[in-house]
Design a binder for this molecule. Sequence first.
Ligand code: ZN
Length: 149
Amino acid sequence: MSELRDLYQQVIIDHSKRPRNFGPLESANKNANGHNPLCGDKISVHVLTDGDKVKDIRFEGSGCAISTASASMMTEFVKGKSIGEVEKIFKNFHALVTAESGVDEETLGKLAVFSGVCEFPMRVKCATLAWHTLHGALEGGPEAVVSTE
Ligand code: ZN
């Protein structure tokens, strides 16, 4: 188990140091700004939807390693998925990091690396900030503002 945990940590560190899909997205039709005052994480999520599909997604901002890695992995994971699938993944991801029962791990794939976060309640908001922000963008339209508080 500790080897698995080391592997998980390496994945998170890699994504926090070299975030994927980082930067502006000029073609975006949905945007949201998320803020986690508890830690100081700030993330902007830019989404281009086509019908009910997430056609492209990028993010900007600054935050701790967990929030950056979570945003980076989220953008990789949801690209090409339908909005319905994204909401389902968000629900399962939230359940995973808060150690709720009934997590459907099959929907999460690589995102399972965040399972250790449930041992650190202070970090849950860091791990979920990008997801709350994406949710806000999908629901809120062109400019949504999301706070974890
Ligand atoms: Zn944080």
